[in-house]
Design a protein. Structure first.
Length: 328
């Protein structure tokens, strides 16, 4: 069955459209007959040979954490004895990973309406690559999740509602020295990632209109906040290009059931569309070299949310600064 999946992934016409000129060799990595009702939010290991992701096992209702070896599609379940899980990320050293887990199950959204559940007692765990020896890095009844390492592995940025509202926090990779970076009330700040050089953090927030997320960037100490998007759409899931000069993100600018992935130059704010198949495409992430991309999409034959991978080309001109362009 694995070989059939590879053949289908390469040959199925619907996986890519002519407009997706920056993508090539698009493959679907997860399928329902692997036991996943849906899967998504995938990230590369530092050496690019493995991915971590979350998936809902068939017959269950909550996400669990898995890894997959890309060479042979070998899958391993990381989370054990958990109710609900989310948000995995590899340690830059490649010998462990973090994820969020709660003994409680997530509350399911109203049918036809999407709303992410801030599950109580959701805490961040570090575990060996095979899922063994999980160790809690946060504690308590609040939601602690949406976590990622800094590129040197010394810090973890995450989101939590432990002060009564969703805000961004940073802690040392051993769980110590917790620092709150944002202090907003009655809105959501989440999905943070450190820049490759560790000096900036990009995240999403609905500071102006409830549920209308925009992309923001700030210094790693929480200062110098910059709003990167400003429209009437939902903009979320930002992820850094390895150059540090741009990000990819997900937007509903083409309507709510047609989320697409865009690239943004952080200096010029110019945006370039990457995906065009008129279904959900979102939660993009790059490998360390920036020449491969993972994302979640419904472009497969059964229209369920599954994980896709492709080679990707980001032209040099997309990364050029204003000063460079003005000097031409």
């Amino acid at each position: 069955m694995k070989s059939l999946h590879i053949i289908l992934s390469t040959c199925f016409f619907g996986f890519i459209q002519a407009d997706e000129t920056n993508l090539s060799h698009v493959q679907q990595l997860t399928f329902p007959d692997m036991g996943f009702e849906k899967a998504g939010e995938a990230y590369f290991s530092p050496d690019g040979k493995m991915i971590s992701f979350q998936a809902v096992p068939i017959g269950e209702e909550n996400y669990q954490i898995y890894t997959m070896e890309l060479a042979n599609r070998q899958i391993n379940r990381i989370s054990k004895n958990a109710g609900a899980c989310t948000c995995s990320f590899f340690n830059p050293a490649g010998n462990s990973l973090i994820y969020a887990a709660s003994p409680e199950k997530a509350q399911l959204p109203i049918p036809g309406k999407y709303k992410w559940d801030l599950t109580p007692f959701m805490n961040i765990y570090e575990a060996c690559i095979d899922g063994s020896h999980p160790r809690a890095l946060t504690q308590g009844a609040a939601y602690h999740a949406e976590c990622a390492y800094s590129s040197d592995g010394s810090q973890i940025v995450y989101a939590s509602d432990e002060d009564g509202s969703m805000n961004i926090y940073v802690m040392k990779s051993d769980g110590g020295d917790i620092r709150q970076l944002t202090y907003t009330k009655n809105c959501y700040n989440g999905g943070p990632f450190f820049s490759p050089d560790g000096t900036k953090i990009v995240f999403r927030a609905d500071r102006d209109v409830p549920d209308i997320l925009q992309i923001y960037m700030m210094d790693a100490n929480g200062e110098n906040l910059i709003q990167l998007t400003n429209n009437d759409s939902v903009n979320w899931a930002p992820f850094w290009h390895p150059s540090g000069k741009g990000i990819v993100f997900t937007t509903s600018i083409h309507e709510h059931h047609n989320y697409q992935i865009y690239f943004m130059n952080l200096d010029t704010k110019e945006q370039h569309r990457l995906t065009y198949v008129p279904v959900f495409n979102g939660l993009p992430s790059f490998n360390k070299e920036g020449n491969r991309m993972l994302w979640t999409s419904k472009r497969g034959e059964d229209n369920s949310s599954q994980i896709f991978i492709s080679d990707i080309t980001i032209p040099n001109e997309w990364l050029q600064s204003k000063k460079h362009n003005e000097g031409l």
